[in-house]
Structure formats: C-alpha cells, structure tokens
Design a protein around this ligand. Structure first.
Ligand code: SF4
Length: 308
C-alpha cells in the first residue's frame, strides 16, 4: 500500500512482488539503428542523444550473450542479484525485420537466470509481426515494451529531431493493448526546451488515462558532444534546479494511478559527459529528498485521484 512513507510503486517493489528474488536489468546493445539516424526519417538522431542512449558500462563490441554474461557477473557482485531481465536498451530495438529480432531476442531469452525481456523502442517502429512475436514470448516469460514518447507535444519532438507523433503513439499503444500479455512502459522526459509546466502536466494527464503498466520519468539533461550541448552553451535554454524538478515530480506522481510501476524518477549519466544538471549524479541524495517531500506533503502516488 502506498503511503507518504512509501510514496510510489517502485520497480524494485514490483520485481520483488513478482519474482520473490533480487532481479536486476542487464543493459544490452544489439547494434540496431534508429530511423532518425539512418536517414529514413532524418539524420543525426535526437538532438540530446549520445551513443544511442546506451547505458554506462555496455561494451557494444561484445556479442549479446557476452554482454549478458558480463552484466550478470557485475550485478551479482554489486547487488547480489539472483535473476535478470535482459534489457535491449541502446537505440531502437524493434527496428529490424521480425526474424532478425527473434534471433536477437532468443539469444538471451532462454538463459535460465533470465526471467524476462525489456525492449526499448520508438512508438513508430513496432510492426504487427513484432507484436505477435513478443506476445508469443510473453507466454513463457515477462515481456516489457518500453515506448519513448518523451512529450505529447509533436512540435517539440520535431525540434528534437525525433519525428514521431502522439497519434502514432496512441495507435501503437492500442495495438499493444490487444496483446494482453505484453507489459508497456512509457518514457517521458520532463523539462525539454520549449516545454511548459502545463505541457508536462498534460503529458502525464493523458498517460494516466491510458492502459499502461509502467512509466519512466527523468529530468532533461545535457550531454557533451550533442547538438543540444551547443545550444545549452549558447544560453538558449536552461535545465531544472533540483528543487523545481522534485516539486514537479511530486505533483505528477500524485496524478499517476497507484497500479502504474514507476520504473525510474531520475536518469543516470556518465559523470565525464554530463554538462547539466550535475545534481542528477547524486541519485541517492535526490531519492532521499524526494521521500522527504512526500512526507512534508503527506501525499503519495495517486493521491490527487483519490481526493477527487
Ligand atoms: S530514438 Fe533513442 S537511441 Fe535513437 S537517436 Fe533518439 S534517443 Fe537516441
């Protein structure tokens, strides 16, 4: 039960409830591309993207199975992890013909310590054949599809060089919903250049009415050697202060239904590459202050819905 002391439905909580074991995601780079990088929609990728949003520590030169092995060893040592979710994280992980996707996913799916897959992708890159494949796999193990929406404002997604629309997102989500076993998690970035507080509330208000299972939220941050970094250095926009983001996050979490798993409230970045905001590097301190804020408000995830 959510309370001000236990204010939101964490990913860790969900995994413990579901698997009764310490489960961790192992990030993988299968070498896919993105349609806004390879020239299909655009070139250069999202203006904030560095190396395909690959997690810190992935070695793309290794095969998928080697990456999985290496990640499992690392997680066992660091967190005493017992089971794993193979997380296809870098780039667009449904952006290939379905037989190639099947071969790629299968290479890690059947490992006895892998309890499921999580596949990160764009809303405009999910074919019906791929959904059928994922639904088949979801009969055997847990399957999450992570859709990068970022914001409901199409004009901002265009400026970011993403080139997918909210209508495409809704259409894909409607198709995923028909595959009852696939779980869906939506990625949202808060504080994108040009986005207002009202926009961010609208994004969460829309998502809160949709049949989703999880959300990943994080504050917009600027990574060195990206196109966004140039604009940031030229003073064209700023990033959130920690207190502003924390307060906004509480406001938004209060509107999200309590059954939606909050997979992330802050993102990780390579300290040597992160330009701003630097406070995201101290994740533990941020999470602690977030808890204190909920205690001060005497609220929790879904509190605003309950009060209506
Ligand atoms: S779609 Fe994702 S991986 Fe591809 S360029 Fe954009 S942020 Fe990077």
């Amino acid at each position: 039960m959510l309370t001000p002391q236990n204010p939101y439905y964490t990913w860790d909580h969900y995994l413990r409830e579901k698997f009764h074991a310490k489960v961790y995601k192992v990030s993988l780079d299968a070498g896919f591309d993105c349609p806004n990088r390879d020239g299909t929609l655009a070139k250069g990728g999202c203006t904030y993207c560095d190396e395909g949003s690959r997690a810190v520590g992935i070695n793309p030169k290794l095969s998928i199975t080697e990456q999985l092995q290496e990640g499992m060893i690392r997680m066992k040592k660091k967190y005493s992890a017992q089971k794993f979710i193979a997380y296809f994280q870098a780039f667009t992980n449904t952006y290939a013909p379905t037989p190639i996707l099947k071969k790629t996913y299968d290479s890690v799916f059947h490992h006895p310590d892998v309890v499921g897959l999580s596949i990160s992708t764009r809303p405009d890159c999910v074919s019906q054949d791929t959904l059928t494949l994922l639904e088949d796999m979801a009969h055997q193990k847990e399957v999450w599809l992570e859709l990068g929406l970022q914001t409901i404002r199409d004009d901002i997604n265009q400026k970011l060089n993403r080139w997918h629309t909210y209508a495409q997102f809704e259409e894909t989500l409607a198709r995923v919903q028909k595959k009852e076993r696939i779980k869906v998690c939506i990625h949202v970035i808060l504080g994108l250049p040009g986005e207002t507080f009202e926009d961010m509330h609208r994004t969460i208000d829309c998502l809160s009415k949709l049949p989703i299972h999880g959300i990943k939220l994080h504050t917009f941050h600027v990574i060195d050697n990206t196109r966004m970094a140039k604009d940031y250095k030229a003073g064209k926009f700023s990033t959130f202060q920690e207190s502003t983001y924390r307060s906004l996050l509480c406001d938004l979490l209060e509107k999200i239904p309590s059954h939606v798993v909050i997979q992330r409230v802050t993102a990780e970045a390579h300290p040597a590459k992160l330009i701003s905001p630097r406070w995201v590097l101290d994740k533990a301190a941020f999470l602690h202050r977030l808890k204190l804020e909920f205690l001060k408000r005497n609220s929790y995830q879904g509190y605003a819905i309950k009060r209506k």
